[in-house]
Write a protein that binds this ligand. Structure first.
Ligand code: FAD
Length: 620
């Protein structure tokens, strides 16, 4: 078997239906969670749009976070019915469903999810030590307080929180599980998308159904295409080989074993920190040293803190403060400020943390990164440094030559080879982040395959749209990855942007489709790349996934506040509109420029989010 087939073997294991429902550890549970069936039933639909105001609509929050107001249906206009399909029911698909209850009328929404349940990232990743690296309060819906048992929640608690929200906001009304989307094709003549969904019958037989819709929302996520390392011999290993995202506590037993962990991104550090005390020996293979920061002081929370977090006012205040704190750190990622501020940060915190935590100067030197902090995703850990200094732990930065049936062969500094015998190899080697879905093909205008367009790197318009794919919008599309602030707020803004497009289509029945102009996409992409390469830490080649081999950077070119502003209101000038030839009768669509429509739709209040290099740098 070649390396390619080892990756293929992993892909096979990752077939959509292959994962079981999580075996949730029973620990100290948040009190907010219902414990009986009756309580769960009472929770179902508690947040009913008929009886409660739009929970996303808090005006103070809108001001602080720069969220756009809900789109308005002009009075006297009956919105045309629209069929919308969402692909994926992770955080972004769930948020889309919830917000749509309050903000969209006359829309038939269906969500197809390949997994047997919701949660995405937090359903798929169950490895030891898996937890969020932003404070739990910030990794929450801002209107849905939860008495998190830890300051940085573990995966199962996040999954439980999602479960609570999923039921309360009746996301279940919209979703079909175990339903991978395998193909999405734009039908120009009909002005509709054909979505192919694979269904499995009771006997395990598979068949594909075709669903037509007007609008497709891609909420597929970006960190869910597991990647094995390209090391010769991987497939020859006779012990237990596992990718972190395939962890199953019933079969992945580390106790008393010799375990090799490959990779020292967030996942590798979390796993190594967690398992070190339980294994007979841990070898941590780290190609490039990486910065590790300690979690903030509220890592362990007290009962009174949990009470405070359940209070909506205190929760809202903490959330807003956390956002503002996050925005203040943005300068650490920017080049002109980076040298001064990040150096200071490194000197005062990261180097100090390393120096205070790792006593052996030789080990410390091996572990000191040569790249700037923030170039790779910042890694948080309170237990890694102590874990790696256990007598049974080994930090190995000698290059790996190959994997053998018995373990891992490394080349030592003196040129000799050493075989490290192992019972288990954990590949904490992350994900292929290229936004090309491994389960489905997406064909836009003229049958163009998105995967072909994005062979070297993905190019989109402000994270939400791609030229040639009309009425196809993204939540968490290319250039979304946040480094310094709440993904919840960014997703909300992307979703409300898409809602504005949907309402536009509904209230202009003669317009069949919105396709972002190639020129607008290019302008965004050119300016973004120039700016990112000139002014941010990501222009370094530090081996992180934010920067492609081509040099293309997939981060947002600015602060989170800047991203909020850029997605505040669609600029219709940036879109080609397809007009139906005969009134409302669907027929071949004729593209035309949006000029003219734009004036009608842009009021003075709406900000023009036209990008310019000055504006990119101006915020925060
Ligand atoms: C281990 C780990 C830790 C993380 N920690 C943090 C953190 O601390 N803070 C933070 O901000 N972010 C973190 N992230 C990023 C995290 O992915 C996002 O915060 C968020 O969960 C993304 O939500 P999503 O819905 O966009 O994607 P996902 O959670 O990946 O959900 C996408 C869903 O789409 C489904 N899907 C995909 N393709 C198809 C298809 N063809 N048909 C049907 N369904 C499909 C998937 O099954 C999945 O359920 C972490 C990611 C990982 C992997």
């Amino acid at each position: 078997m070649s390396i390619a087939t080892a990756q293929e073997a992993l892909n096979l294991q990752l077939k959509p239906q292959s994962r079981s429902l999580p075996d949730l550890p029973q620990r100290d549970l948040p009190r907010t969670l219902p414990t009986t069936d009756a309580q769960w039933r009472a929770l179902e639909g508690a947040a009913n749009p008929q009886t409660r105001p739009d929970p996303f609509g808090n005006a103070t929050d809108r001001e602080i976070f720069g969220l756009s107001p809900p789109p308005v249906y002009p009075s006297g206009v009956t919105p045309r019915p629209l069929d919308v399909v969402v692909i994926g029911c992770g955080l972004s698909g769930m948020t889309f469903s919830m917000m749509s209850r309050w903000r969209l009328n006359n829309v038939r929404l269906r969500i197809f999810e390949k997994n047997p349940t919701f949660g995405g990232t937090w359903f798929e990743n169950r490895y030891p030590g898996c937890r969020c690296d932003v404070p739990s309060v910030l990794y929450s819906f801002r209107f849905e307080p939860f008495d998190w048992t830890e300051g940085y929640a573990q995966w199962d608690e996040i999954f439980r929180y999602f479960s609570y929200v999923f039921h309360k906001y009746r996301v279940s009304d919209h979703v079909e599980f175990s339903s991978p989307v395998v193909g999405v094709t734009w039908n120009e003549a009909q002005g509709k998308w054909t979505v192919e969904v694979e269904k499995t019958d009771e006997k395990g037989g598979k068949h594909v159904t075709e669903e037509k819709c007007d609008v497709v929302i891609n909420a597929q996520g970006l960190l869910n295409r597991p990647k094995l390392p390209s090391i010769p011999g991987l497939e020859s290993f006779q012990g237990h080989l596992v990718h972190s995202s395939q962890w199953d506590s019933r079969t992945c037993i580390v106790e008393g074993k010799r375990v090799g962990v490959i990779g020292n991104g967030s996942t590798g550090i979390q796993i190594a920190g967690d398992i070190a005390k339980r294994v007979a020996r841990m070898d941590h293979f780290c190609k490039t040293p990486t910065w590790v920061a300690p979690y903030a002081s509220n890592f362990s929370v007290t009962a009174s803190y949990r009470d405070q977090m359940l209070d909506p006012t205190t929760h809202a205040e903490s959330y807003r403060n956390a956002w503002v704190r996050g925005e203040k750190t943005w300068v650490w990622w920017t080049r002109p400020n980076w040298d001064r501020d990040a150096d200071r940060y490194q000197a005062t915190l990261l180097n100090k943390y390393l120096a205070e935590s790792v006593s052996d100067p030789q080990l410390r030197a091996k572990m000191t990164p040569g790249h700037g902090w923030g170039c790779r995703r910042p890694i948080m850990s309170n237990n890694y440094y102590s874990a790696i200094q256990l007598p049974t732990s080994h930090y190995i930065n000698d290059p790996i030559v190959r994997i053998t049936p018995r373990g891992i062969l490394v080349c030592r500094a003196d040129g000799t080879e050493e075989e490290r015998e192992l019972d288990m190899i954990v590949c904490a080697t992350g994900f292929a982040v290229n936004w090309v879905n491994r389960f489905m093909s997406v064909r836009g205008k003229g049958g163009v395959l998105l995967a072909d367009l994005w062979k070297s790197h993905p190019v989109a318009y402000r994270t939400v749209a791609v030229h040639g794919f009309p009425n196809y919008f993204w939540v968490a599309g290319p250039n979304t990855p946040p480094t310094h602030n709440s993904v919840h707020i960014l997703f909300e803004q992307q979703i409300n942007y898409i809602f504005q497009c949907i309402v536009f289509l509904q209230t202009n029945p003669s317009i069949e489709a919105l396709d972002v102009k190639e020129s607008a996409q290019k302008e965004f992409s050119d300016v973004a790349q120039e700016w990112l390469n000139k002014y941010t830490v990501w222009n370094e080649n530090c081996g992180g996934w934010y920067r492609y081999e081509t040099g293309y950077i997939v981060q947002w070119p600015g602060s989170a506040t800047h991203m909020m502003e850029s997605l505040h209101t669609p600029n219709w000038d940036h879109y080609e509109l397809s007009i139906r030839q005969e009134g409302d009768t669907p027929g071949p669509a004729t593209p035309m420029s949006a000029t003219g429509w734009h004036d009608r739709w842009r009021s003075k209040k709406n900000r023009d989010p036209t990008l310019s290099p000055t504006m990119l740098g101006a915020k925060i």
